[in-house]
Design a protein around this ligand. Structure first.
Ligand code: MG
Length: 337
């Protein structure tokens, strides 16, 4: 088997990371191949930076498809860019890999990254990185992504106002169910639903272009991407904005597959759906007066958007159904616990 050690670090960089295009990507003065990259930032813009790591055994199983892993590694960073409403332009890749890692695995990851980097607004360009040996055997992929945003135009967690409506893209809880399905914890699951749910866990689809359009129109006042669970992430908005939130359980969007699980398992499943991680959907608040404009944008970008509740005075997140407040024990997934 050809491993990454067979090739060696410099040949690896030459093979996978050397620029393929004749011209440098937008804004890149110096890209891959020198000690550091040099970027040119337009005067009217600010630089937005985020980073995320996927670790074998923590975020993915040893037999995970490397093509999907590469796509996911990039997309979870796109999700943070969407949360800020920034336009992603460049990324850095850091790999820690055991010497016996098959070359085909790395090839898969790199292809996945390239596929996910192609966006309607232009390709997110690789501008550098680092490869190191991981003696303890667990592979890890770290992406640092850089984007641009008009001066002081970031949509932060702190802008929610009492009376705002709370909006959520896509559906919630699929990734948590997908993980449970992959671990064999869901009985009574047909093959189509299993594929759908595990697919949602493996390949998040953050609505970046919609997030940009919402910011462009100044509709979104506060935003976050749902990575640690809806309740926890809405809680972050509440704390940063010094407000409370009231959710209506009837309005929480579920996929057909998740709906079938709730029908089978009953209400006991709800806390897991509302607190499950890795949805990578967009959660934002907006004034009630722009509801129809927001719905029009959602249609235009082909994104399912649901109004799920409202921002209230006070603190914390309250979930109710038919006027009755529900006890919610789990507030989301704390990675360090
Ligand atoms: Mg985030």
């Amino acid at each position: 088997m050809v491993t990454i050690a067979t090739l060696g670090e410099f040949a690896l960089i030459e093979r996978f990371f050397a620029p393929t295009a004749a011209t440098l990507p937008t804004g890149v003065v110096l890209g891959v191949g020198d000690d550091a990259a040099v970027l040119s930032i337009p005067r009217t813009q600010q630089l937005v930076v985020t980073t995320d790591t996927l670790v074998e055994g923590v975020h993915f199983l040893p037999d995970a498809d490397p093509l999907l892993l590469g796509q996911k590694a990039l997309r979870v960073n796109l999700s943070d860019m969407a949360a800020m409403a920034a336009q992603p332009h460049w990324y850095l890749l850091s790999l820690a890999l055991p010497k016996e890692t098959p070359l085909t695995w790395l090839e898969g990851v790199v292809n996945g990254l390239r596929q996910a980097a192609v966006r309607p607004g232009g390709e997110v360009a690789l501008i550098g990185g680092n490869t190191t040996a991981a003696p303890l055997g667990a592979r890890s992929i770290t992406i640092t992504m850089l984007g641009l945003l008009g001066k002081d135009r970031a949509v932060t967690r702190g802008g929610a106002q009492v009376g705002d409506r709370i909006w959520l893209s896509g559906t919630i809880g699929d990734a948590a169910l997908g993980l449970a399905a992959a671990r064999g914890e869901l009985t009574d699951l047909d093959e189509a639903d299993r594929l759908y749910l595990t697919g949602r866990q493996q390949l998040p689809d953050p609505p970046l272009e919609l997030a940009r359009a919402l910011q462009d129109s100044a509709y979104s006042r506060a935003a976050i991407d749902v990575s640690d669970g809806l309740l926890a992430d809405l809680g972050h908005i509440c704390r940063a904005s010094k407000v409370g939130a009231r959710l209506d359980l009837h309005k929480i969007p579920l996929s057909e597959a998740a709906r079938r699980q709730v029908a089978g398992q009953g209400d006991a499943l709800w806390p897991a759906l509302l607190a499950g991680g890795e949805d990578y959907e967009l959660l934002f608040t907006a004034a009630p007066s722009v509801q129809s404009q927001i719905e029009q944008l959602a249609t235009q970008f082909g994104v399912r958007l649901s109004e799920i509740g409202e921002v209230v005075a006070g603190s914390g997140v309250e979930v109710s159904r038919d006027g009755v407040t529900l006890p919610m024990a789990q507030q989301g997934w704390d990675h360090l616990r």
